[in-house]
Design a protein around this ligand. Structure first.
Ligand SMILES: Cc1ncc(COP(=O)(O)O)c(C=O)c1O
Length: 395
């Protein structure tokens, strides 16, 4: 028997809803990945990623989820004893610091409580104490607390002043907020398909500065599958060193075409607008955003669970009664917050339906919530929102 789950509104911080246009692209023919039919596809993905990230640097595309991209980065850059600084302000940045340690890196964590983020001054102090820094690894959007590191450029300047690289795990934010890689001097960006780009999961990508490409090609990493030097070499002929996940490449290319058609400035503005509708309406409804305003994410909205509200019952009600999937907190935030993915083709429909589901579920659990007032306020914020072309669900 085939397995077909019921379609729901996926408001997770990845994977997110995929437009039919993108899903249908996976039906294209399987071609020879060592022949002329594959090259235009890979080059098309490369060009669109360069345009999305405003970079002229090298691009590699991996058949793996985002973690593979992070692992590729760490294994190609970090050598035993290297001094690496990692701002830690959530589960993903904590995990990244551990991955670097496993590779033998001498990690200095600059840590603050989830919901806040270390300032560039704190990182500069650490860099001054250390002297020679190989790299500063930043999670640009830590998806666990819902925090965007708003000083990526400043931290890049600090890394460069100490002779190092700046590397950004941007998995949950590329395609949803600003990241002009060359202008900000980011040496390596790691991203993935299933979040703000709105493609199915299974593709990771890495874009890099010239200095980084030079470093990567002159070093031998401790990995075969993620040897970036090999990817760069094969990329010159429009190929990948190993068999690419072809249907996912087609889907990823189509999703990137949709990013191009909308244009990054409008796309960023749309994510900002829907995020502010969420934050303001939820606050009106008596809920409290988890992250302090200056580092609050526009792509992952996190909210404190009201006292006495059980997370499993709440999210179970939202899903079972209203067909909306929300994420819980994890690590120390488990049972304390819930998370809404504000990603991909998120539009008025997503916001209104999700707010209704949250407010009504809390109502069913015996809380007094002014759902109509929440929706009215959200509609006010969404007034200027342009419709999304070819949406996954009603726009
Ligand atoms: C910031 C960040 N880094 C890494 C990952 C891991 O990506 P994946 O689950 O695609 O392997 C995620 C996934 O949510 C993420 O949000």
């Amino acid at each position: 028997m085939s397995y077909y789950p019921r379609r729901k509104l996926v408001m997770l911080p990845g994977p997110t809803n995929v437009p039919d246009r993108v899903t249908n692209a996976m039906l294209k023919a399987i071609v020879n990945h060592r022949g002329p039919d594959f090259r235009p596809l890979l080059n098309s993905i490369k060009g669109k990623l360069q345009s999305t990230l405003e970079t002229t640097g090298d691009v590699v595309v991996l058949s793996s989820s985002g973690t593979g991209g992070v692992e590729a980065s760490v294994k190609n850059i970090v050598k035993r004893g290297d001094n690496i600084i990692v701002p830690v302000f959530g589960e993903f940045s904590g995990r990244l610091a551990e991955q670097i340690k496993e590779e033998g890196g001498n990690v200095t964590k600059v840590e603050t409580q989830p919901g806040t983020a270390p300032t560039p001054d704190m990182i500069d102090d650490a860099a001054k104490r250390i002297g020679q820094v190989k790299a500063i690894y930043v999670v640009y959007n830590d998806t666990s607390p819902g925090t965007t590191y708003r000083w990526l450029k400043e931290v890049g300047d600090i890394a460069h002043a100490h002779g190092g690289f700046v590397i950004a795990d941007s998995i949950s934010i590329v395609g949803g907020d600003e990241l002009p890689q060359d202008k900000w001097g980011v040496d390596m960006v790691v991203g993935a398909s299933q979040k703000c780009i709105g493609a199915p999961p299974g593709i990771a990508f890495i874009t890099m500065s010239q200095a980084m490409s030079k470093y990567v090609t002159s070093n031998v990493p401790t990995t075969t599958y993620f040897n970036l030097s090999k990817y760069l070499e094969f990329m010159q002929h429009g190929e990948t060193p190993f068999t690419p996940a072809l249907p996912l490449f087609y889907a990823f290319d189509e999703a990137l075409t949709m990013v191009q058609e909308e244009g990054m400035p409008k796309r960023i503005e749309r994510h900002r607008t829907t995020a502010s509708a969420f934050y303001d309406a939820l606050t009106y409804g008596g809920l409290h955003p988890f992250v302090e305003p200056k580092v609050r994410s526009n792509v992952v909205v996190t909210v404190k669970l009201p006292d006495g509200v059980d997370d499993t019952t709440f999210r179970g009600t939202v899903e079972d009664k209203f067909n909306v999937i929300l994420a819980g907190g994890f690590g120390p935030l488990k049972g304390k917050i819930f998370r809404i993915g504000n990603m991909g083709d998120v539009n008025r429909y997503h916001v209104i339906v999700t707010l209704n589901a949250i407010g009504s579920a809390l109502g069913l659990m015996g809380r007094q919530v002014d759902v109509t007032g929440m929706v009215r306020l959200a509609e006010e914020r969404l007034k200027q929102l342009a419709p999304v072309p070819n949406p996954s669900i009603p726009a």
